[in-house]
Write a protein that binds this ligand. Sequence first.
Ligand SMILES: Nc1ncnc2c1ncn2[C@@H]1O[C@H](COP(=O)(O)OP(=O)(O)OP(=O)(O)O)[C@@H](O)[C@H]1O
Ligand SMILES: [Mg+2]
Length: 336
Amino acid sequence: MVEGVIALDGRDEILWLNERARAMFRVDDQRGRGRRVLEVIRNTDLHAVVAEARERQADVPARRELRLGEREERIVEVNALPLRLPGGETGVVAVLHDVSELRRLEQVRTEFVANVSHELRTPLTAIQGYVETLLGGAIAEPENAQRFLEIVLRHTERLGRLLGDLADLSNIELGKLALRLAETKLAPIVESVLEITWPRAESGRVALEAHVPDALPPVYADHDRVAQILINLVDNAVKYTPPGGRVSVSAAVVAGPAVEVSVRDSGVGISSADLPRVTERFYRVDKARSRELGGTGLGLAIVKHLVAAHGGNLQLESELGRGTLVRFTLPVATRT
Ligand SMILES: Nc1ncnc2c1ncn2[C@@H]1O[C@H](COP(=O)(O)OP(=O)(O)OP(=O)(O)O)[C@@H](O)[C@H]1O
Ligand SMILES: [Mg+2]
């Protein structure tokens, strides 16, 4: 039974405590039955809801949420009803339902909506501000007008990117992402990704190089999605590497058989506290800096999902001030 059940008699003595309820309150087998609930389970909220239920006449349960456990908190919803016992005694039966996961998901959703609105508001505010300035007269000053319109354009591009990333993420999460899996060669993808990211690397004075062996077997993957994964990783590596640094992309066969692609940089690195969180949606180590660089913190969340959708594995290693290594695997295409 997934629900915990506790039945008490008129003096709060335990008539019945099922295994699930025992587990929730960490009550071992020997204790329990026949003893007063107060001695066995020390939870004031539980006693309060039991007392409340005893007062109830109708079939409307007394309801309360309990917080259990110290380190790993569980949230348990209790519904308690009076229990008519022979001899005119009134006991209580309480049903306990673990709602921790539900509450966690609600929290994730609330945060997600808050994050999305915030990210949309930033460029919108800028666009509105510059358009108002233009309408207020700046449009007559050609030099300013040109500059302001360029800023407006940049922010609309940012909005477009954000919406594109959000659409990608929700499609992946809804399972609507249809991968076009085929035998795919990695070398040309790496080459095209380097071509796209090269201007940014050059203007940041970051050396960008690739080592993909000629003999590398093709992978079984969606060409465009692999490019998307690599663009995100190389873009991050270049963005978070100061001038004079180096970014290198390489690939090799590993057990599986799979191809492992590595993107290594000599950049700012990520602390061990932040590292497990960077693949979460909107998580950025330095929000202000990332936003300045045009980021929304969705890149690695998308990468993680795309790699998983291919049946691959994503691994991040990093050392603050020394650099970051991101590796992912893709299955080798087996000839049929
Ligand atoms: N190679 C890296 N070196 C140092 N920090 C990194 C690296 N890659 C990612 N990060 C950190 O992880 C965060 C999340 O990365 P992610 O790619 O998801 O977001 P972003 O690059 O900030 O924005 P977006 O990818 O949406 O443009 C970044 O903000 C950055 O703090
Ligand atoms: Mg990124």
